[in-house]
Design a binder for this molecule. Structure first.
Ligand code: GDP
Ligand code: IMO
Ligand code: MG
Length: 437
């Protein structure tokens, strides 16, 4: 059964959980890594030795030279940014010849970015705090059936035709939203000509390619971007991104049936962060939050914004386990908690005098929730050189056990630093099986 050869990796909080690191680590044994949603709002960091790579569109498997990297149909791709990303990697000696783009992926165009910023301004204090990459407007155009797709990059006539159909309306929207003078068709075509030429050979039927790889018994990692609470359906709407970030989206966003989906690894930080606006029950705005930000270096990979920081929230983790069908947890940044006397873990919420165990369905309900904490003992040891579960200080082991008990999902991978090597695989776990396949 080829589902044994596939592993879906998703963010189980509000993004930036360390997905890039975990995917890069597992990609050494993968034949294919496919991104299935989102765009360059993602910032996935991969570190090995003195090398730091920040990937936005490109799957985190690209650093393993044999691995095929696919941008799936569920993605929105900014061709101008993608070409910069490819050039940057090539300049640093990373071959990108194994990258392919789904012909059905939608394009983020210059006007989408302007509209994203204008929408945020119009919302004023109620803004979402987007990454400003044009993600929302690009997905909206996809749903409104007026988007351009990667296939349009491959034929200059089709690109011109499609753009000439949609540009007048986009220009009207720009005028209305922010009194923008609009874009000229010929100027846009000139702007995009070199990137069309560069990307056209990479555009293909990635669904077919992926199915054939799966049929041939190749090992496939599905790389999620953002996180469960940013999912358009299951997240903290409207403070979410515009795509489906949960595990089920791996199937529709890459064009293979759900029978190909095997295990689902949810990546979680040992605490919680969030960028952008919206409620965050365990947020610490005082010294504790500042300490986590400093020790965890919590600044956005894509925008450089300081990330909001708080304690681990087991209500969220349980919810993520349910909506993704998580089979295991990858807990990252455990090293950041070293030196704390006590570590808070929210195990439930209190709302209007009632104890709540399940994540509220609406944002107004969530805003009223106060975390119910358990207080766990911390540890002083530097754990960044630890490479096995047994070597961890007993308080760190107890913390992970508490996290497992409260979520009901086994911890299978533990990360104790940004580097590839700073990774612990739990014996008998799916990642261990994956590495040994
Ligand atoms: P992603 O979007 O989920 O891939 O996560 P980001 O790359 O945006 O943010 C995670 C940050 O934490 C990056 O700077 C990583 O290099 C770093 N990181 C990942 N795992 C660990 C870890 O276990 N410990 C520490 N200290 N840093 C980590
Ligand atoms: P990775 O893949 C963290 C957040 C933005 C904003 C909301 C909507 O690195 O985990 P958008 O630009 O998508 O319309 O913004 O979603 N956001 C992320 N937060 N990590 C990300 O990606 C994010 N991508 C979007 O901050 O709150
Ligand atoms: Mg990130």
């Amino acid at each position: 059964m080829d589902s044994e050869n596939s592993l879906v990796i998703v963010g189980a909080q509000w993004g930036d959980e360390g997905k890039g690191k975990v995917i890069d680590y597992l990609a050494s044994e993968a034949d294919v890594v496919v991104r299935f949603q989102g765009g360059d709002n993602a910032g996935h960091t991969v570190v090995f030795g003195a090398n730091i790579f920040k990937l936005h569109h490109i799957p985190s498997g690209i650093l393993n030279q044999g691995t095929l990297s696919l941008l799936g149909n569920g993605m929105v791709v900014n061709p101008l940014v993608l070409v910069e990303e490819l050039e940057e990697l090539e300049k640093r000696g990373i071959g990108t010849g194994n990258l392919r783009i789904s012909s059905k992926a939608h394009l983020i165009m210059t006007y989408h970015k302007v509209l994203d910023e204008a929408n945020e301004k119009l919302l004023g204090e109620k803004k979402i705090g987007t990454t400003g990459r044009g993600i929302g407007p690009a997905y909206a155009d996809k749903a409104l059936r007026r988007g351009l797709r990667a296939i349009d990059l491959t034929d200059p006539d089709s690109f011109r035709n499609r753009l000439s159909q949609v540009l007048p309306l986009q220009n009207r929207l720009l005028k209305e939203a922010c009194d923008h003078p609009g874009f000229d068709l010929d100027e846009l075509i000139e702007l995009y000509r070199p990137v069309c030429e560069r990307l056209a050979p990479l555009v293909t039927d990635t669904s077919l390619l992926l199915s054939r790889q799966l049929e041939a018994g190749k090992r496939v990692l599905f790389e999620g971007a953002q996180g469960t609470l940013l999912d358009i359906d299951h997240g903290t709407y409207p403070f979410v991104t515009s795509s489906s970030t949960v595990a089920a989206s791996a199937s529709s966003g890459s064009g293979v049936g759900p029978n190909h989906i095997g295990q689902v690894l949810g990546v979680l930080k040992a605490y919680t962060t969030r960028v952008g606006e919206g409620p965050f029950p365990t947020e610490e705005v005082g010294d504790a939050g500042e300490l986590l930000r400093m020790q965890g270096n919590e600044y956005g990979t894509t925008t450089g914004r300081p990330r909001r920081c708080g304690w681990f929230d087991a209500v969220i983790a349980r919810y993520s386990a349910r909506v993704n069908g998580l089979s295991g947890l990858a807990v990252t940044k455990l090293d950041v908690l070293s030196g704390l006397e006590t570590i808070n873990m929210a195990v439930a919420y209190e709302c209007d005098g009632n104890r709540i165990e399940e994540f509220p369905q609406d944002i107004e309900g969530l805003k009223k929730c106060q975390p119910v904490y358990e207080f766990l003992p911390g540890w002083d040891e530097d754990i960044s050189r630890v490479r096995s579960f047994e070597e961890l200080p007993s308080a760190a082991k107890s913390y992970l056990k508490a996290l497992e008990e409260t979520t009901g999902v086994a911890v299978e991978l533990i990360s104790v630093g940004p580097d590839r090597s700073q990774t612990i695989i739990v014996p008998g776990s799916t990642p261990e099986h994956w590495r040994k396949l």
